[in-house]
Write a protein that binds this ligand. Structure first.
Ligand code: NAD
Length: 296
């Protein structure tokens, strides 16, 4: 069924996600503070909105894909928030990775105004966003999940209902904490192999076929030259920025503290990513953590 969809936040992830909705035959209105990405999508069949309010008007579904909680809260809440202009029939889907409490705040405020909301953070990176194979991890009521599912299916392959509003965010930060640990561990192991005379590609092939196998080795090798399509072989151009991984690890550490969880590996990964930010690599891809282990 063709829907009228508003899409706000057209960065590394939102841009290709919105493009897939256009390809699926929906009427897609797009907005971003960066005008050039709006124009690019408009050249490919989307409708350029002048501002967020224009983008959120007369749509069946409004999707946001923004960097962090503060952007999402200021978009929807407060005196100038979209909560005041959205039609009651609109379903709001926020795909950004933010803290669960902020997702619940946004959901509660929208629901007070009679507007349906789900949080639906994603996994799969820019490659998954482009191919339309993302994993969506949805938090919200059964009815709202059922409404969101067909729209999400036009951008992704696996759609999970994690629980009530906020549950999608909790699952997402558990995943990203594990991903950061795997990326750091994979980097450390490859560099140790290189330091002991091994070829990085040969070692990666061996570990991919052995018990150290993981997503970063298979699809996102952090060592330059091993995988031509990975950010590591393209000057660590993101992809998924160090700043965003550091943000997610901050959220993970908050969740750990609130639940009295023991997370020594996550805590170490948070420190390593903060160190990488201090070294000026915040806008590089998160696989740039490999550079921390270099002896040069
Ligand atoms: P990005 O920085 O590339 O894109 C964010 C976009 O939002 C930018 O184009 C920016 O101009 C726009 N923006 C910011 N504030 C805005 C506002 N008020 N109104 C309109 N536009 C606004 O980030 P990204 O990599 O696309 O990530 C987006 C979210 O997805 C983040 O929460 C991130 O943690 C999550 N995520 C990213 C990846 C990845 O691989 N990049 C994977 C999974 C999840």
């Amino acid at each position: 069924m063709s829907l009228s969809i508003g899409f706000i936040g057209l960065g590394n992830m939102g841009g290709p996600m919105a493009a897939n909705l256009v390809k699926a035959g929906h009427q897609v209105k797009v907005f971003d503070l960066n005008r050039s990405v709006v124009n690019l999508l408009a050249e490919n069949g989307a409708i350029a909105a002048d501002d967020a309010k224009h983008c959120a008007t007369d749509v069946d579904v409004l999707i946001s894909m923004l960097p962090a909680s503060k952007h999402v809260k200021s978009l929807y809440l407060g005196d100038t928030g979209l909560v005041h202009i959205l039609a009651k029939s609109t379903l709001v889907i926020d795909c950004s990775t933010i803290d669960a409490a902020s997702a619940r705040d946004v959901g509660a405020e929208l629901s007070e105004h009679g507007i349906d909301f789900v949080d639906a953070p994603v996994s799969g990176g820019v490659a998954g966003a482009t191919a339309g194979t993302l994993t969506f991890i949805v938090g919200g009521g059964d009815e709202q999940f059922a409404k969101a599912q067909p729209v999400l299916a036009d951008m992704g392959k696996n759609i999970f209902h994690a629980g009530d509003i906020g549950a999608g965010q909790v699952a997402k930060i558990c995943n990203n904490m594990l991903l950061s640990i795997l990326m750091a561990g994979t980097s450390e192991a490859i560099q140790m192999g290189i330091n002991n005379g091994l070829d990085a590609k040969v070692l990666s092939d061996i570990m991919t076929a052995s018990s150290g196998r993981n997503w970063t080795l298979e699809l996102y090798n952090p060592c330059p030259g091993v995988m031509a399509t990975a950010p590591a072989s393209n000057d660590y151009k993101p992809g998924f920025m160090v700043d965003l991984m550091a943000k997610d690890l901050g959220l993970a550490m908050e969740a750990a503290q609130q639940s009295n969880s023991v997370t020594p590996m996550g805590s170490m990964a948070k420190n390593l990513y903060t160190m990488l930010q201090h070294q000026g690599a915040g806008s590089e891809d998160f696989s740039a953590i490999f550079k921390l282990f270099s002896k040069e």
